[in-house]
Design a protein. Structure first.
Length: 126
């Protein structure tokens, strides 16, 4: 891998870490994984971005992401405590996240349930 490719990947990892912190309004912390320190860890100890989100993040900053290979890597490395997630962006594009569709549906169902509970609580106090 060329130095330019490594630098592009590192920038992508920093961008993803920043997005996590900004989009969550500081609720979730994030930083680049251990590869920036020159360690050679593999598996659950080596996500591209360390975060307290329940996700194992694989970051791809490329024009032609190998989605199937990236998903396989994230899935293999996620372990049992985290869900695999591939974040990717090409030049001029926005960051996208690839995760299990059932988890997206479940997440939105939980958001809907919590909104309904808030409505009920508001109605009860009015």
């Amino acid at each position: 891998m060329s130095r330019m490719s490594r630098d592009k990947g590192a920038r992508g990892e920093r961008e993803v870490a920043e997005i996590i912190e900004l989009a969550s309004n500081g609720t979730f912390k994030a930083q680049r994984g251990c590869q920036h320190a020159g360690r050679f860890a593999v598996g659950v100890n080596s996500p591209d971005v360390l975060t307290d989100l329940p996700l194992h993040l694989e970051v791809k900053r490329t024009e032609k992401p190998a989605v199937k290979a990236a998903w396989a890597q994230a899935s293999a490395d996620a372990g049992i405590a985290k869900e695999p997630c591939v974040t990717m962006r090409w030049n001029g594009g926005e960051w996208l996240g690839l995760c299990r569709f059932t988890h997206i549906v479940a997440l939105h169902a939980e958001i809907f349930r919590l909104r309904e509970l808030l409505k009920e609580a508001k109605t009860a106090t009015d």
